[in-house]
Design a protein around this ligand. Structure first.
Ligand SMILES: [Zn+2]
Length: 132
């Protein structure tokens, strides 16, 4: 019946609890389920999106995100990080031997990077930060 949108504060607090308890959460879907459980306590239903949680984890520095990816279409490029939405930084690498420049893109926020073959994230693993 009641369907609420959780605030950032609610989500951040739930994320901290869940990640502290579980230490490592092996997928984004699982993280969403755990946070939803933490928020609900069996009473209300929250519409929590996995992507919003992932971005909060990165921006709040709650956990490190291990990104598993596959190679995508090299012709397609990302303007923003597919993990956290931060604009990507263009990084040039000079190779020692041929002087060939390879371009990589890095995310200053979460550590995602991609080379010419675009890395498409397929799975995320969250590791709780002990120092938090
Ligand atoms: Zn990022």
């Amino acid at each position: 019946m009641s369907y609420q949108i959780a605030s950032d504060d609610q989500l951040i607090s739930a994320l901290k609890k869940v990640l502290k308890k579980h230490r490592t959460v092996t997928s984004q879907a699982l993280l969403r389920t755990l946070v939803d459980k933490e928020l609900n306590k069996g009473i209300e239903s929250y519409g929590v999106h996995a992507e919003r949680l992932r971005k909060l984890v990165v921006s709040e520095n709650i956990a490190t995100v291990e990104i598993h990816s596959r190679e995508g279409d090299p012709k397609k490029s990302f303007a923003v990080c597919p993990v956290c939405g931060h604009p990507l930084k263009r990084v040039k690498n000079l190779t020692i031997w041929g002087g060939v420049v390879t371009i990589e893109f890095q995310c200053p926020s979460c550590g995602y990077w991609t080379g010419k073959k675009k890395q498409i994230p397929t799975r995320y693993v969250f590791h709780y930060r002990d120092s938090f």
